[in-house]
Design a protein around this ligand. Structure first.
Ligand code: NIG
Ligand code: FE
Length: 415
């Protein structure tokens, strides 16, 4: 369709115009932006982005099904939250208090708390309950500008419950404007009363074939760390996942350095996540293998510890991505908060944090449809931010500046 046609045949879905700043995506100097910009959307995709007067001449807002005057505001690509455990049940707020009193994450897990406690709650919860709670969490994420979110299973640790979690995740995807990317994570913790090796046997022999059979996961993730799975055990799971068509992801070098990053590079993972203890050699291996480092500053913040060395990764040429890691141990669904922590805790600029939360995060999910940018042809997933620049997303500590959220050219949330 040409620009002229778009205005007359009803195909013009949406125009946002006169924005103080439109963030288009990545560019030579980090962030590519247009001042006094507009975005026109046809058939759910970005048809034009650029100077407001030019875009509006070709795609008159009055011909669109919907238009927004964004005078004084900022338009950014919708956030891609590339790592969450947003499907769960139960309450672990008392562990927040226990950690403040000095208990470590590993101690709680070793005592049957942490992940294992959520497993008990999820096994008792109905699939409808899991779906309803996940939908409520997606509402919060959307309100903060997230339009795509990865959600992992991993609180079932048996065939039936892992499948129920993935079904709840698929149901939520069907009933919510946020696009949900499902990941199977049967190897999230070793259930009590079994060994890592025996449990990995069960994941490979029972869980993975059942998940693959139903076609309800895109990725296979594993918690490769101290107190969880060894690199050898993790490799077995990820290679079996590959045999079933699931792309690997690795929780790597979070609590200790155990070799998860190297493993991610060796198996060709889409991402290696956490990386607090990654070495320079690990980072070089990830860059060489085109594995996206996904950093989760909310988790580092919640555990009161150190942050990953994002600057070293950027200097090494890595496309650093950000995610919330939303889970009962890190109770945040808001990508702007992850940006704030990335800036204050890891010294990223707001522009670097925004690219990490959008374009680079899309790479961590192997999404190559332009998502995470507002380039021509990209899905029209965007947020209108009530602020004169993207900097406010990270800078404003207590007001949600996201005002309107659009997915596929449709307004799905208005403040
Ligand atoms: O990424 N580290 C392992 N998994 C999650 C935590 C899940 C939980 O504590 O329930 C994470 O931080
Ligand atoms: Fe995680």
């Amino acid at each position: 369709m040409t620009a002229a046609d778009a205005g007359t045949d009803g195909g013009l879905d949406f125009v946002v115009h006169d924005a103080r700043e439109v963030v288009v995506g990545t560019g030579d100097e980090g962030l590519r932006r247009t001042v006094d910009g507009a975005v026109a959307v046809v058939d759910g995709r970005v048809a034009a982005v650029g100077a407001s007067d030019e875009v509006c001449r070709a795609y008159p807002p009055e011909n669109a099904h919907e238009s927004i005057d964004a005078t004084g505001k900022t338009v950014v690509p919708g956030f891609v939250d590339a790592h969450t455990h947003a499907c769960f049940a139960g309450d672990r707020s008392d562990e927040f208090v226990a950690k403040l009193r000095g208990a470590s994450y590993q101690e709680l897990l070793a005592q049957g708390g942490g992940i294992l406690r959520t497993v008990r709650a999820v096994r008792e919860a109905s699939t409808d309950r899991l779906t309803a709670d996940l939908l409520a969490h997606l509402d919060v994420a959307l309100a903060h500008g997230t339009t795509t979110v990865e959600v992992k299973s991993g609180y079932g640790l048996d065939v039936e419950t892992e499948l129920r979690m993935l079904r709840a995740i698929a149901e939520a995807d069907d009933h919510h404007p946020v696009d949900v990317v499902p990941t199977f994570m049967g190897a999230h913790a070793v259930p009590r009363g079994t060994t890592g090796d025996d449990y990995v046997d069960a994941v490979v022999a029972d869980q993975l074939p059942a998940v693959a059979d139903q076609g309800i996961a895109r990725f296979c993730d594993v918690f490769c760390d101290e107190g969880a799975f060894t690199p050898d055990q993790s490799r077995r799971v990820l290679e079996a996942g590959l045999d079933h068509g699931l792309t690997p992801k690795v929780h790597a070098e979070e609590l200790a350095h155990t070799g998860g990053a190297r493993l991610a590079a060796e198996v060709g993972a889409a991402s290696a996540d956490h990386l607090l203890h990654a070495t320079d050699d690990d980072v070089a291996a990830l860059v060489a293998a085109d594995v996206v480092p996904v950093l989760l500053p909310g988790t580092a913040f919640s555990l009161g510890g150190d942050y990953a060395d994002a600057r070293a990764m950027l200097d090494a040429g890595a496309p650093v991505a950000l995610a919330t890691d939303f889970n009962p141990n890190c109770f945040s669904r808001a990508m702007p908060f992850a940006m704030t922590l990335a800036c204050v805790g890891m010294r990223l600029t707001p522009g670097e944090a925004l690219v990490a939360a959008t374009a680079h995060a899309a790479r961590a999910l192997d999404l190559d449809d332009g998502r995470g940018t507002l380039r021509e042809g990209a899905p029209a997933d965007l947020a209108v931010v009530d602020a004169p620049s993207h900097v406010y997303l990270a800078y404003d500590l207590d007001v949600n500046r996201v005002e309107t959220v659009v997915t596929g050219g449709e307004v799905v949330r208005r403040d």
